[in-house]
Design a protein. Structure first.
Length: 198
């Protein structure tokens, strides 16, 4: 008698689980630049100087311990933070330099303030570790700005180097922001888009 045939059971293989790749997380980067320099002061007072920083990156920058140098002289230590796309206002001596705009930090600038034409200053922004973040080498004379009228020196493009003289121009007068210590209009744009910005 022949043995009955045995059909083996069908085994359906388990499907290999698909793995969904984790999306790459983009890490934000701050890019803080020296954006505007009021080296001539204001009509109210030639000593009412100010410097504006701008964060052209996509992440906030913690400014605690950062410093601004005039040549080899530290003129101020910074605090707080700067959000992406935001401005940071540094005023000399007190918060009356730009009377209607609150400064992020103010203090007497080291040395004797910023030189007027025909001289100038090398300005350097350093982080808390001392690394150079941005620089504007103007010891041979400011790239732009005027002593009369007292127009600021504005950066055209924050994505281009601050060492390039063609990347700076005087406030055009078409856009102005802020009032000086006596309530007069400032020929500059503290904490606002530069008149010459690209």
């Amino acid at each position: 008698t022949p043995s009955p045939s045995v059909t083996p059971p069908l085994v359906t293989p388990s499907p290999t689980p698909s793995v969904t790749p984790t999306p790459t997380q983009l890490v934000g980067t701050a890019r803080v630049v020296i954006n505007e320099i009021a080296w001539a002061g204001t009509d109210a007072n030639a000593a009412d100087e100010w410097v504006e920083l701008y964060n052209a990156g996509n992440a906030s920058a913690n400014m605690e311990g950062w410093t601004l140098f005039e040549g080899e002289t530290k003129i101020i230590t910074l605090t707080k933070s700067i959000a992406p796309g935001a401005y940071y206002l540094i005023e000399r001596t007190d918060d009356r330099t730009v009377s209607d705009v609150v400064a992020d930090v103010y203090a007497p600038f080291g040395g004797s303030g910023l030189k007027n034409l025909p001289g100038g200053e090398d300005l350097t922004l350093r982080d808390a570790g001392g690394s150079v973040i941005d620089s504007v080498p103007c010891s041979g004379g400011w790239y732009a700005g005027n002593n009369s009228p007292k127009s600021t020196m504005e950066r055209l493009n924050p994505s281009e180097s601050g060492t390039i003289s063609a990347n700076w121009a005087s406030n055009s007068g078409s856009i102005r922001n802020g009032l000086d210590a006596t309530g007069g209009p400032i020929s500059g744009t503290p904490r606002a888009r530069n008149s010459v910005a690209k």
